[in-house]
Design a protein around this ligand. Sequence first.
Ligand SMILES: *[C@@H]1O[C@H](CO)[C@@H](O)[C@H](O)[C@H]1NC(C)=O
Ligand SMILES: *[C@@H]1O[C@H](CO)[C@@H](O)[C@H](O)[C@H]1NC(C)=O
Ligand SMILES: *[C@@H]1O[C@H](CO)[C@@H](O)[C@H](O)[C@H]1NC(C)=O
Ligand SMILES: *[C@@H]1O[C@H](CO)[C@@H](O)[C@H](O)[C@H]1NC(C)=O
Length: 536
Amino acid sequence: MRGANLIHIFFGVLALWSSASCVKAEDPYRFFTWEITYGNIAPLGVTQKGILINGQFPGPTITAVTNDNVYVNVVNKLDEPFLLTWHGIKQRRQSWQDGVLGTNCPIPPGANWTYKMQMKDQIGTYNYYPSTSLHRVAGAYGGLNIYARSVIAIPYPIPVADFTMIVSDWWNKEHKVLKNLLDTSKPLPSPNGLLINGKPSGTIFTGTPGKRYMLRVSNLCVSRSINIGMQGHNMTLVEVEGSHTIQQKYNTFDIHMGQSATFLITLDNQVRDYGIRVSSRFIKPILNATAVLRYAGSQNQVSGPYPSPPSDYHWSMLQARTIKWNLTANAARPNPQGSYHYGMIPIVRTIVLANAPAQINGQTRYTLNGISYENPTTPLKLADYFNIPGVFVMNGIKDSPSGVTPTEGVSVFGFTLHDFVEIVFQNNEKVLQSYHLDGYDFWTVGFANGVWNPSLRNRYNLDDAPTRNTVQVYPMGWSAILIPFDNKGMWNLRSQDWARRYLGQELYIRVWNTEQSLYTEANIPDNAILCGKAKQ
Ligand SMILES: *[C@@H]1O[C@H](CO)[C@@H](O)[C@H](O)[C@H]1NC(C)=O
Ligand SMILES: *[C@@H]1O[C@H](CO)[C@@H](O)[C@H](O)[C@H]1NC(C)=O
Ligand SMILES: *[C@@H]1O[C@H](CO)[C@@H](O)[C@H](O)[C@H]1NC(C)=O
Ligand SMILES: *[C@@H]1O[C@H](CO)[C@@H](O)[C@H](O)[C@H]1NC(C)=O
């Protein structure tokens, strides 16, 4: 079913599609006002200051439909500047709304700012969290689920309801204390526990016997991969980060930092309670959180063992290779995804990015190709817009890791709109890495142990690799992704290991062309906050 000869007109079709949608009846709007406050919470029994949204921890789940306009007015009642970012929301033509310090001035304490986003051409399980400081270890995170429009067929029977599961790691210490540890070159300690929807146990998902439910899991941990498994049921994987997968059953499933996975669960077993277990992976001590899948009418509590996976990286890697793209399924748009044969598009540039710790000016930092990112006081996006010199230079970071002395800097790769690019993440450390790119989905075409070299391209999956927005890189290994840079703007590429990201393991990607057109990039929002050199 994959008409490979459609490749060359793909970008054209995309452009037509977006212009066509500009003259359609207006898409619906959903408005939210969120007050961000400190508040006492005790997820693991120790009362401490958490960050709440409208008094809630975790924050509310946003439910939207493809192409909805979602406006969120964020009122910052903390004592520090604050931003939320919307993980996996592509912000098409709108990097203005991305909510990271390279695109936005932070919302000052006591002020508010309204994100004006469109869920353009997206379906799937996403989430949001704070991008500033170490705020996200204290809360203000939650789920964001986008449903298909009714006119778009989905490749499975419609479930009767959704269960949204936000998994996070938790410390019995306040975010400023943890930040201070990192600022003084001390490691982040092991988390005190794992949470499912804010609790180590006791979350109950109730369903009707015989019916089918959708389980939407986001790994919002800042320091751990997780594995999920449940008693009495295999889980049918149907989607990863907006990409419909070949539907396969899993007994347990690994989800790395920043990734999400969507499963169908059929309540076809005996009427009782079944335990759902989430465990941290690879790093000892292993932490666990549990929840309950309850069949309505159950008289029997959870009992018996939980399914658990082998603890090794090799198993995890083999499992990850079983995740395949369903080439005949629709996505958010009614064109078969497989008609776009990504494996045949010429690559215009290859970037190899290696992560490494470094001592810079007497401080422990983390680098990508030798550069540890430091946020300038002026967002890169605003420097670009107002032509402010001295904030960043493009391509100061090298395309490969060799021969660089570690420094701090403002790494920005420059690309031309529609460049088709290969990025290889090389991990020469003994801990798993996880990387997220804002503004895009990419094909995760290969990952393996060892050091990447061009001859390994012949091992890439060029047929049915899933598209994702976050990719794991196994210890002493590499992962390769292919990206069509078709979304103009300034985009954050970052480690999802949040201590590393805080200490510089991130960079920006500027996707540009000289044509000024609202079809390729929206204007600066009229409510944009100005700061740094953009304020003068
Ligand atoms: C702040 O909130 C008010 C409503 O309370 C709204 O009118 C205003 O546009 C918001 N400010 C920004 C910059 O979004
Ligand atoms: C899950 O799948 C495995 C392998 O197909 C099977 O052996 C097992 O019985 C299944 N478990 C349940 C609860 O259906
Ligand atoms: C792929 O998607 C199609 C819908 O187009 C669906 O009928 C089929 O079951 C899916 N295949 C698998 C193996 O998941
Ligand atoms: C979590 O569960 C695993 C086995 O499933 C066990 O080895 C480990 O000790 C548990 N961790 C804690 C903190 O209880």
